[in-house]
Design a protein around this ligand. Structure first.
Ligand code: GLU
Length: 323
């Protein structure tokens, strides 16, 4: 053994003997004195948000952000042909958003409203709704995955905005959610106006975070990678509230009877299927599927399967087109 190898071995023995006393904790912890009890660690990747910088560039204005491209079954379809030749559709989604996309603990399969929308696209592509390959994404990963083309579509509670449309494409809207607030019942918080001086959990890379910072510029906001992380920190009393789309909040509340959604809508969140920027033929194809499921009753059946906790099924949201 040479001298360098001996040194390395010595270091390993020393670290083992000292129990790695100098190693840094891999997760953030609450500041001392913040809780009257020993605080459990925060989820990996949790960080307090820094305040929004002063607005310099105005929000991009693309007119109606939900206006998409009309279905055109007779047009050229290079992307669609390539997906069909590959034999499966690569779908970016999350497995921690109960009701929308989550892993069913009893079967281990990925289920939910967004998953079923993706299945309908696969049905029209292959005549088989099961030809899906899932790629798990956090909310903040969605845009990059589409820009890089590492997924064919993103089906993950993704709000259509002018800003996002600068770099990716969207289908027509297939659901209209509302941002609201989730708290422990009886907490005294009845809506966003009661959140001053409280701590709110939000996933990074979301419209929920931007809207909350606009509404409550001084709020203390804990940002995390996944919405399921927000459930844990709310249950552990490390935050007072979670704020995002009612679809996601209802999924968190369905896992804990102590939680309740409070207050009015903070604004609408129209969902579209995210599509890589150059794949306009795929946009038209997906819009054809969405037209079919609005028309043939599938959309209402899927709503009734997953989302009746939000109220009785509304009419499917109508498509608007820009061409
Ligand atoms: N609809 C919001 C968004 O697209 C939040 C949903 C999510 O994080 O999945 O940013």
């Amino acid at each position: 053994m040479n001298a360098r190898a001996l040194l390395a071995l010595g270091a390993v023995v020393l670290m083992t003997l000292t129990g790695c006393a100098t190693a840094q904790p891999s997760v953030a912890t609450l500041e001392d004195g913040e809780n009257p009890y020993t605080a459990p660690p925060l989820p990996n990747g949790a960080e307090f948000a820094t305040p929004l910088p002063p607005v310099t560039d105005p929000e991009p204005d693309c007119g109606d952000p939900t206006a998409s491209l009309r279905p055109d079954p007779a047009g050229p379809m290079p992307t669609v042909d390539a997906i069909r030749a590959r034999g499966h559709l690569v779908v970016g989604l999350d497995t921690g958003s109960n009701l929308m996309s989550f892993r069913d603990p009893s079967t281990g399969t990925v289920q939910g409203f967004d998953v079923d929308i993706a299945r309908e696209v696969a049905r029209d592509l292959f005549g088989d709704p099961n030809r899906l390959d899932f790629k798990i994404l956090t909310s903040a990963d969605r845009l990059r995955a589409l820009e890089e083309g590492s997924v064919d579509i993103v089906a993950k509670t993704m709000t259509i905005t002018c800003e996002r449309r600068q770099t990716v494409e969207f289908s027509s809207q297939y659901f209209v959610a509302h941002q609201r607030v989730l708290v422990v019942g009886g907490s005294g918080v009845d809506g966003v106006d009661d959140l001053g001086g409280r701590t709110v959990c939000v996933a990074r890379g979301t419209t929920s975070l931007t809207r909350l910072q606009e509404l409550l510029p001084d709020a203390r906001i804990l940002t995390v990678p996944m919405w399921s992380d927000c459930l844990v920190v709310l249950q552990q009393h490390q935050v007072d509230a979670v704020s995002t789309d009612d679809t996601i909040l209802a999924g968190l509340a369905s896992q804990d009877p102590y939680l309740e959604i409070v207050g009015d809508s903070l604004g609408i969140e129209p969902y579209g299927i995210g599509i890589p920027p150059a794949a306009t033929d795929l946009v038209r194809f997906v819009n054809g599927t969405l037209e079919r499921i609005r028309r043939d009753g599938t959309w209402t059946r899927l709503y009734d399967t997953w989302l009746t906790t939000l109220g009785p099924a509304p009419a499917p949201p109508a498509a608007t087109y820009r061409d």
